[in-house]
Design a protein around this ligand. Sequence first.
Ligand code: PMP
Length: 349
Amino acid sequence: MSWEENVRKVVPYVPGEQPKIKNIIKLNTNENPYSPSPLVYKAFKETDLDDYRKYPDPTCSELVDSIAEYYGVKKENVFVGVGSDDVLSMAFLTFFNSDKPILFPDITYSFYDVWADLYRIPYKQIPLKDDFTIEPLDYYAENGGIVIANPNAPTGVKMPLSEIEDIIRSNKEVVVIIDEAYVDFGAESALPLINKYDNLLVVRTYSKSRSLAGLRIGYAFGCEKLIKYLLDSKFSFNSYTMNMPSLRLGAAAMKDKEYFEETVAKVVATREKFKISLKELGFEFADSATNFVFARHPQKSGKEIFEYLRANGIIVRRFDKPRIGEYLRISIGTDEEMDKLVSALKEFL
Ligand code: PMP
C-alpha cells in the first residue's frame, strides 16, 4: 500500500489570474477599481513596525468592535476571518456536519463544492431556473444545511429578502448561510434577520465594496451561539488567523462610511452605464446587482471574445462549465476602463 492512498484528496478551487504584466485592464476578479479609504493610508503610516514582534490580538477586538459599531450589532454577533473564503470554510466545517446533503445552486460560487468535498460533506446542487433565478421551493426539501450567495455569483442575480427569509424560516433545523460578498452593490441584506433566526449566518467581505482584497478580511454576523461555535472551530485550528495590519487597517476602513458609500455609488453608476453599452452591442445578461456583469453574445462564442480581449490587454473571467461556458464575467472597473472595453468589443464585433 502506498502512503498516497491515505492522502485527503480534493480538486482545488482555481482563483482568477493575478497577472504580473503592467498596463492591462484587469476585470477578472471583481476587485474594486478605487483605492482604499484615506483613513487606511493614515493608519498604515502610523504603524510602528516594532509592534510586529508580538502576536496579534487573538480575539481581533479592534476589528470586531469597528464592524459591530458600523452595523449596530453586538460584538458577540461578529466573527472575522482571512477573507470571506476563510469565514465560509470555517462555517462549512462547523455547521455542515449532517449525513443529509447541504443544498446550493448548480451555478454559484465554485468554492462551495470544493469545501464540501474537502470536509466530506454530502451536497446537492440545485439547478437555477433558465433566467438564473433561484426557485425557493427547491430549498424546502430535507437537507443538512443551505448556502446561498445573494446576489449570486457569477450570475449577478439577486433574490428578494422575503424569499430568503422564507427559506431560513422553513429550515430551522439546519444552518442557512447567506453569502453577501456583493450585497453592497444592490441587494437587500439579511443582516436584520439575525436576531429573529438563530440558524442564520450572514457572510461579508472587505474584498469588493471596501477595496481591500489584498488584506484578506471577511466577517460574518449571527446569533451569539452561532458565533461562539465558529470561534470554537477557529481556536481549534489557528488562534491567529488575522494579522496585525488586517486588524488595524480593517478597523480604519470601517470607520470611513462616507468614502465607502461614495465609491460604491461610483461603481454602481459605471455598472448601469456599462449595461446600456452591452445591450447596444447585442449582449444578453441577467440584471446584475453586483460589481460585475455576466454576459454572452448570441452570435459569438465566449471563448473567442475572451481570447480577443486578452490579446488586447483586457482580462475578464470565463468558466469552462456546463450552462455558462459562453458567458463572460466582467468586473466593473473605472469609467475609463469600461470605455476601453466597450471600444475593444465594438472592434471585435
Ligand atoms: N463569496 C463569493 C460569492 C465570491 O465571489 C467571493 C470572491 N471570490 C468570495 C466569497 C470570497 O471573497 P474573499 O475571500 O476575498 O472575501
